[in-house]
Design a protein around this ligand. Structure first.
Ligand code: MOS
Length: 733
């Protein structure tokens, strides 16, 4: 069956510049804030000389820890785990290099930035604990987080002696895989335009979850959630970095209240590295033990990371391969003088799949077995420990179809066997598995007299395609063309359920969350429309017993009317209804799957690795829009390959300074670094998860991509690189 496909309905607004992002808003009387950040990694502000800055042109106010604008409540869970818990400018203590120490507010952005340069801060500096390589020598137990599974020890069987199980295995791999800090670096920086009126805040701020953002702001500002209106129809990338609320937005809101003027704050590229969250470094020791025939006997996955936020074992290993003995453990390095750790696209999964899928490749080499055959020998039908069956899993077909499309049979197992002039050619593969779920939510569907219908939810489109998905699914449910559907999202005052759904575009769950609620709301709205046709004055179907809705028309005995016509005749502005979904069935586990295949070439003389081509075959339930789905997978694969090839936040251990906090030195892939990415979707609707059968896609491409690249590099060169990124210097030695 051909998968439905539709171009983005927001594309024209975006490419013409008509789409207004947070910082594109300007309000009458607005002033501009610019943050000043610390230049030591640990210590205390001993004094601040603000004289020159205060005297500079256009300066209105300078906020410091000594006169900070009011913040009140503590951040609610889970924000207190995934975002910074200290209020901005809370006190004079410095916890990391690049922490906000002052906010300059001026009449223009240039004046604010200029005066910020004139703020003179002196510090009592101490040696920071900023070197992860040192800190990981002394890890600690993670905290217990009520309601969150992160950080929990996972053992199979209970109290397993994993070293004994590894030792009893005929073939073993035990290696350490290191991943550096990584920063979201979305195109749109964190920015906010905040304005207060009568004790109520309106704030334009790019977010992955408008309702959660409003709740978090309300808590910290000490007002009611209904007094905060977040407006965020367009988001220039989030990747987890805009799931929670960070200092720039809090400062815009609080300073706007203190000054009684609208305030705009736009975070600079350099500041983004420190005043917002990032994916922390991790170091994973991976042990695999197998019988000669390739069946796994033991898996040990021990991770050390800066934060419990990054838990590769929990996220990855318990859903990949069958084994009788497993030990999955996280330790953390608390109290580091580094910017705050948060979720980033495929949190835990990206690092975890790099370690696991590299180790599986190493095991396959030791066994002399094809990497796909090794994976099929250990195919998992349900979760590793509980054995909860997966609702729908067609990973074996992903391997088979992917191998065929990619030409896997042409791979030579012996490294370095294929060359092309100065280039060594290699092929590698990996498995991607991503937990999939959905949250209960509420959607409103409304018929209008002009013949259109609106579909509304306080979710987010962070570049993910939600505008278009909402229009397509509502069009399907109402049986009208998609151009008659007007979606609305990105606004905290739109319908939404409570709880985790408020986070909108996170966990690759937005489509699976929102689309079933659209079906419910559409049916409720149709029922309301039929009732309206039966009862409203002016309705040509008034009083009829048998009224049917069919493709936008109401059919009665011998007569019919388009819904727009009906509402016009009855002089009614709108007829609609809300629909709310409940929790998914917990008798099954839900995940999306892909088989990745990567070809690289590595220059024999310079060690430079280049991507040649990539094939991925994806089993992500029903594909509701093949165009945006392909775009999500392509972007995800590139996101993972960027970790494989380039991205690394470089922390100077002695100072805690990130030495490459700019887009010249913090390398991101550009078009010249990419190659053909062939994406093929299987189409098995997961109706166990929801009636639309959609599962998660957004983060799936990222998972496993770095391992496919690393495994291809090994196949090309015989060099196994276990620390990302895989740069030329690591291949020259
Ligand atoms: Mo994603 S890291 O759940 O925004």
């Amino acid at each position: 069956m051909a998968q439905p496909a539709m171009n983005r309905i927001d594309a024209r607004a975006k490419v013409t510049g008509a789409a207004k992002y947070a910082a594109d808003h300007s309000l009458p009387g607005m002033a501009y804030g610019h943050m000043v950040t610390s230049t030591v990694g640990k210590g205390r502000v001993s004094s601040m000389n603000l004289g020159a800055a205060r005297a500079a042109g256009g300066v209105i106010e300078i906020y410091t820890p000594d006169n900070r604008p009011a913040f009140h409540g503590t951040l609610p869970p889970p924000m207190n785990v995934f975002a910074e818990t200290r209020h901005p400018l809370a006190d004079r203590e410095i916890h990391y290099y690049g922490q906000v120490v002052a906010l300059v507010v001026a009449e223009s952005i240039e004046q604010a930035r200029d005066a910020a340069e004139l703020v003179k801060v002196t510090y009592e500096a101490q040696a920071p604990n900023s070197d992860f390589g040192q800190a990981k020598q002394h890890p600690a137990e993670p905290p217990v987080l009520p309601g969150l599974p992160l950080g929990k020890l996972i053992e199979k069987p209970h109290r397993v002696d994993i070293q004994a199980a590894l030792a009893a295995s005929e073939v073993r791999v035990e290696e350490t895989y290191d991943v550096p800090p990584r920063h979201h670096m979305m195109m749109e920086p964190h920015a906010a335009v905040a304005a207060w009126q009568d004790g109520k805040l309106t704030i334009f701020s790019g977010t992955q979850g408008p309702a959660a953002h409003a709740l978090e702001l309300a808590t910290v500002l000490g007002v009611q959630p209904t007094d905060v209106h977040v407006v965020s129809p367009y988001v220039g990338g989030g990747f987890g970095g805009k799931a929670f609320t960070w200092a720039p937005t809090l400062l815009a809101a609080a300073s706007a209240r203190a000054l009684g003027r609208p305030i705009k704050i736009v975070t600079s590229r350099e500041q983004l590295f420190t005043v917002t969250g990032h994916r922390p470094a991790s170091s994973q020791t991976f042990g695999l033990g197998a019988n000669r025939d390739g069946r796994l006997n033991a898996i040990k996955h021990h991770t050390i990371s800066q934060s419990i936020v990054e838990d590769p074992g929990y996220r990855t290993t318990q859903k990949y391969y069958a084994t009788p003995n497993a030990y999955i453990k996280l330790e953390i390095t608390p109290g580091m003088n580094l910017p705050t750790a948060t979720i980033m696209r495929a949190p835990g999964d990206e690092a975890g799949s790099f370690a696991l899928e590299s180790a599986m490749d190493e095991l396959a080499m030791r066994l002399g077995m094809d990497p796909i055959e090794l994976r099929m020998k250990n195919y998992l039908e349900g979760t590793l420990v509980e054995g909860t069956p997966f609702s729908s899993k067609h990973l074996e077909e992903c391997y088979r179809v992917g191998a065929e499309r990619f030409g896997w049979s042409r791979r030579r197992a012996r490294p370095g066997a294929v060359t092309d002039g100065d280039w060594l050619i290699g092929m590698g593969m990996s498995t991607a598995i991503l937990d999939s779920g959905r949250a209960p939510t509420t959607v409103r569907v409304t018929f209008r007299p002009n013949g259109t219908a609106t579909v509304a939810c306080a979710t987010s489109d962070a570049g993910t395609g939600m505008w278009t998905i909402m229009a397509m699914v509502a069009a399907r449910a109402l049986e009208v063309p998609a151009d008659r559907i007007k979606p609305t999202l990105g606004d905290s005052q739109l319908p939404v359920a409570g709880g985790s759904d408020m986070y909108g575009a996170v966990g690759s769950a937005a489509t699976a969350t929102v689309t079933p609620a659209i079906l419910v709301a559409a049916q409720e709205a149709i029922d309301a429309l039929v009732e309206h046709a039966r009862t409203a004055g002016g309705s040509p179907l008034r009083g009829m017993g048998d009224i049917r809705y069919d493709k936008g028309r109401l059919l009665g005995e011998g007569t019919s009317a388009e819904f727009g016509e009906l509402l016009t005749l009855t002089r009614t502005a709108e007829v609609g209804a809300q629909g709310t979904t409940s929790e998914p069935d917990r008798s099954h586990a839900y995940a999306s799957y892909a088989a990745h295949f990567c070809e690289v070439k590595v220059n024999r003389w310079t060690g430079e690795p280049r991507l040649s081509r990539f094939t991925t075959v994806v089993d992500a339930g029903a594909i509701l829009n093949a165009t945006t789905a392909r775009n999500q997978i392509t972007g995800g694969v590139l996101f993972g390959l960027a970790a494989a090839m380039f991205e690394e936040g470089k922390v100077e251990g002695a100072t805690g300074r990130i030495s490459n906090a700019n887009l010249a030195d913090y390398l991101l892939p550009v078009n010249a670094d990419t190659a053909e990415i062939d994406v093929h979707f299987l189409d098995y609707p997961d109706t166990g998860l929801s009636p639309t059968g959609a599962r998660g896609i957004g983060e799936l491409g990222t998972v496993g991509a770095a391992a496919a690249f690393a495994n291809a590099v090994y196949n090309a060169t015989g060099k196994r690189v276990r620390s990302l990124p895989i740069t030329a210097d690591k291949l020259l030695t």
